[in-house]
Design a binder for this molecule. Structure first.
Ligand SMILES: Cc1ncc(C[n+]2csc(CCOP(=O)(O)OP(=O)(O)O)c2C)c(N)n1
Length: 620
């Protein structure tokens, strides 16, 4: 067992070259076994095994730095830096994160989770090295999917003038979560198919790197006509920008990659090493179903089928069905995703209305302004996006959609706690960051039928409007409560007296349970489904103020800037004597763990809410 011989950074250097393949096979076996139990990012990790080995052989960690773009492919890196035991608690509460974390290991150079940041961060580390002093190697590893994100180009643009070494490894598996899209993907595909793997010794161009006048000769080649140059040098796009291109190299040949990386270290500027890998390598189901095994649920190894059977539809399923119907009903409805057609449930819409479906790549900013353009052109765009990724497009929402009052619908999935992906992926800020934008409207459905009603309402609304709904099984309670949606109007579900629970979206189901507990204790409890977070329903607060002494606001969003604050502000403005207890997420980042456990820890599950309400009443 070679893997057992690796318990600390750089231990891999003691493994004999002839045993690299055996080690890679052991790593794959280990990853498949662990992820089949814990769930996690499998395909990307299986594809990056040899690449990670090569980096760890060529570099000296933790002095040298690797920045993993997105960071979902860093499992082998964790294994090779002494964190094998961590896989027992992978993505569990207080356990090992599924992403690089500086606080977890000094070998994790930079925290990631959202895509296309690695070149900027790496360049920052390079500049810091230049200014502070040092001679370590800095490597950013970015996937071809992540290279569709605009930030990557902003960083590449800045790399051009660099006069010290910075290695960018392009891990090209021709896939994002699903097929990669766009012109750059096509360009890389061309290199992949038309160029053989780099052979440093045979290639005239690269062999010049070794020679005393090599750089001058390379410079001369660069000045030649593009036609000739492109015959000698693949990767002209990067070369022309002033970034040395090395590749393509076989991403499953450790030895070849170590050679190229060692060569890349000698270049006194930014150098891009183009590595070709296969997503899911070594595990048939992951090769066949790349999207499913991108972020996999626990699965049976023999068949690749999920071990937990899904019994009820989740909100994404409901969204998917309603989108299909909306597409049939209204030809102006178009759908946009930033590389998440599976995750957001747009696949069906894509298959049925391919001309009205747009996957723009991992480019949330562009997605939103593109939607604004579509709306200005008379269409009704629905941008389906995860809450945490929409953070990327803040100015576009404000500057391009809301100032012009364009009817863009934001279907915000994974709003609230998402669980095992942790801090970077929790969708707990959208109510705050959206509600301070003038002209924005925000809804949250209490159950699956309301998501459907809200989507239909949004499409007809003619204004910028967001619907936020959580990850996981769609609530199917309160079916009989289906009043038509009206702008800024809440829905009263139970009207009693003393205590009023005002809940937003997913928290309505929690409020139903909390109310049961409180009723058992003898309290009288009203329950209102807020429906709108912007504009808030002030009429209902006026009404509740007459008969209640405590309003409890409930939301799966940070307290700051959320629904509760708005209610508190209104109650103050009106000088009502009632007390408001805001139940929300505190001003902290929420780590990974199961959603149920996180809710208990934060105190927003039904039992905790009931306890907090009782405590608030007793304090009065
Ligand atoms: C801003 C942002 N949008 C969307 C995602 C979701 N996401 C995670 S990985 C991924 C695909 C990345 O593709 P690539 O960089 O090629 O890496 P691979 O998984 O193929 O190894 C996407 C879309 C994200 N992490 N960040």
């Amino acid at each position: 067992m070679f893997l057992e011989r690796i318990s600390a950074p750089n231990d891999i250097k003691n493994i004999d070259k002839k045993d690299y393949d055996a080690l890679a096979a052991e790593i794959r076996q280990f990853l498949i076994e662990k992820i089949s139990v814990s769930g996690g990012h499998l395909g990307s990790n299986l594809g990056a095994v040899e690449l990670t080995m090569a980096l760890h052989i060529s570099l000296n960690l933790p002095d040298d730095k690797i920045i993993w773009d997105v960071g979902h492919q860093s499992y082998t890196h964790k294994l090779l830096t002494g964190r094998r035991d961590g896989f027992e608690s992978l993505r569990k509460y207080h356990g090992m994160s599924g992403f690089p974390k500086r606080k977890e290991s000094d070998c994790d150079a930079f925290d990631t989770g959202h895509s296309s940041t690695s070149i900027s961060a790496g360049l920052g580390l390079v500049k810091a090295r230049e200014l502070v002093g040092g001679d370590n190697t800095i490597v950013s590893v970015i996937g071809d999917g992540s290279l569709t994100g605009g930030m990557a180009y902003e960083a590449l643009n800045n790399c051009a003038k660099l006069s010290s070494n910075f290695i960018i490894v392009l891990n090209d598996n021709n896939m994002s979560i699903s097929e990669n899209v766009g012109g750059v993907s096509k360009y890389l595909n061309n290199i992949r198919t038309k160029t053989g793997y780099i052979n440093l010794r045979d290639n005239i161009y690269y062999s010049m790197l070794d020679k005393p006048h090599g750089n001058a000769i390379i410079g001369a080649v660069r000045k030649t006509k593009n036609v000739i140059k492109s015959m000698v040098v693949p990767g002209m796009f990067f070369e022309d920008m002033g970034i040395t291109y090395l590749g393509p190299v076989d991403g499953h040949d450790v030895d070849a990659m170590v050679k190229v990386l060692n060569e890349a270290k000698r270049v006194n500027k930014a150098v891009l090493v183009h590595v070709i890998t296969q997503k899911g390598r070594g595990y048939e189901p992951a090769i066949k179903h790349p999207a499913r095994f991108h972020g996999a649920e626990p699965f049976e190894i023999e068949t690749g089928l999920p071990t937990r059977k899904k019994e009820k539809p989740n909100y994404t399923d409901i969204f998917s069905t309603v989108m299909f119907k909306l597409g049939a009903r209204n030809e102006k409805v178009v759908a946009i995703t930033a590389a998440m057609s599976e995750g957001t449930g747009l696949k069906r819409f894509k298959n049925v209305y391919p001309d009205r479906f747009f996957d723009v790549g991992i480019a949330e900013q562009h997605a939103v302004t593109f939607a604004a353009g579509l709306a200005a052109g008379g269409l009704i765009p629905i941008v389906a996006v995860y809450s945490s990724f929409l953070q990327r497009a803040y100015d576009q929402i404000l500057h391009d959609v809301c100032i012009q009052n364009l009817p863009v619908v934001f279907a915000i999935d994974r709003a609230g706690l998402v669980g095992s992906d942790g801090e970077t992926h929790q969708g707990i800020f959208d109510l705050s960051y959206l509600s301070c934008i003038p002209g924005m409207h925000i809804m949250a459905p209490k159950n699956k039928w309301e998501l459907s009603d809200m989507l239909k309402y949004a499409v007809d609304s003619g204004v910028p409007i967001a619907i936020r709904y959580p990850r996981g099984t769609a609530y199917d309670g309160l079916k009989e409560h289906r009043d038509p949606i009206k702008m800024g109007v809440s829905e009263t579900i139970y009207e009693e007296k003393d205590i009023a629970l005002l809940a937003v979206g997913s928290m309505v189901a929690t409020a139903v349970d909390a109310r049961e507990i409180l009723k058992e204790k003898g309290y009288k409890v009203s329950l209102v489904n807020a429906r709108f977070v912007k504009p808030i329903d002030t009429d209902v607060i006026d009404r509740l103020a007459a008969k209640h002494s405590l309003i409890v606001t409930m939301e799966e969003n940070v307290a700051s800037g959320g629904y509760g604050e708005k209610v508190i502000e209104y109650v103050k403005e009106k000088n009502y004597s009632l007390k408001v207890l805001p139940i929300a997420i505190p001003d902290e980042y929420v780590e990974h763990g199961s959603v149920d456990l996180l809710k208990q820890e934060i105190g927003i599950d039904a039992a905790s809410v009931a306890d907090r309400v009782v405590a608030a009443i007793k304090r009065r």
